[in-house]
Design a protein around this ligand. Sequence first.
Ligand SMILES: Cc1ncc(COP(=O)(O)O)c(C=O)c1O
Length: 447
Amino acid sequence: MNELQKKDLNNIWHPCSQMKDYEEFPPIIIDKGEGIYLYDIDGKPYIDAISSWWVNLFGHSNKRINNALKSQVDKLEHVIFSNFSHKPAIDLSEKILEVSPKGLSKIFFGDNGSSSVEISLKLSYQYHKQTGFDSKTKFISLKDGYHGETIGALSVSKTPLYSEVYSKILLDTIEVNSPDCFRCPYFKNRNSCDTECFSHMEETILKNHKEITAVIIEPMVQCASGMKMYPESYLKKLRKLTKEYNINLIADEIAVGFGRTGNFFGVNHAEITPDIMCVSKGLTGGYLPLSLSITTNEIYNAFYDDYLKLKAFLHSHSYSGNPLACSVACETLNIFKEEDVLTSLSEKSKYLREVTDEYFKDLEFVGEVRSLGMICAIELVKDKTIKEPFKFEDRVGYQIYKIALENSLLLRPLGNILYFMPPYIITKDEIHSMVKKARESYDKFFK
Ligand SMILES: Cc1ncc(COP(=O)(O)O)c(C=O)c1O
């Protein structure tokens, strides 16, 4: 362990980690980043195959974003966002509405993904309360969904690994079975099914709609639970039913937004407009924490009244609308527009899938290779004939993660699911090298 690692472990409690693991496997101290590469203090490169927790879109140390940040920092680093405003936030609001689903028109600023989820849950509850639907106090969310780590966000996150320990202090929410296309209980597949799995959502809504304020969902891909992908018809059915029963649809686009699935937003696959949309992560190209909860005039108007009626949304964060974050978000959206990013991604994602199939498809412990846009996942299983998962205690994904790091590749498997979610500036050669390194790591582990 080097001196910096020792100092790190003396003082720092790292996120989503068992710190005891660090005794054997101390944190890698990163010195700089460039393009898809991170470099440690000894100059060793790592391919950032997961865009540093799904945030980076256009590479580390991107010149355009660097310049936007540099020019903003000399003008205004921060200002209170209540009663005050600034051009970067105003510009961002116009740019984001330009690419958002039709019908979304008002933006509330937060400072990370979880805060955006909290804001959206509160908005939905208060909207219903102020429009005469006091009984609507509960949220529906999907099994295996993930929406963040604060108490509200965790209450609608149905990934027991993160939420179970807090179950006694979480909100009382309703869990509905999620689409599970790999282990479909109806024995259908993603392309041929009629989303029979929607029936549980339908029954739950029909039975409980009087008390349901919103359904929150990760459109197209349940990311944190293992890149579980499902057809857009589920979203279409959900939009129709939630409208019928005066239930808000909250689309959590925090991981899948900004081109990740091939369309600008996940909901675009189904051509639907949610009532509230949460965005963060890629919003700033991976530079600074910022989030937006984007909603409709209908919801906004339910809060708009004389102050003394006490209908205002009195939610705030000190760093709401931070100008530095807004300026890099504006530049991120400029890059999308000026460099025709979505078109270039379509070819890259096809190639990513082809190469992953070539290296992984028929291996003994690969249950499924699945992909959507620039997300490509490999589900490892102990026995592929019966899709039997590896045991939790074997930590197969974690072992492969450590081997891959030796081989200059930053994967961060979700349990036993390896996945690639690289920055969009990755070249075809780099895609090939990334997937090959992952295969080498797999081979080394299973040899
Ligand atoms: C779908 C989704 N929602 C919410 C969050 C929480 O975002 P943050 O980590 O910025 O709080 C995440 C984070 O991974 C996410 O994937």
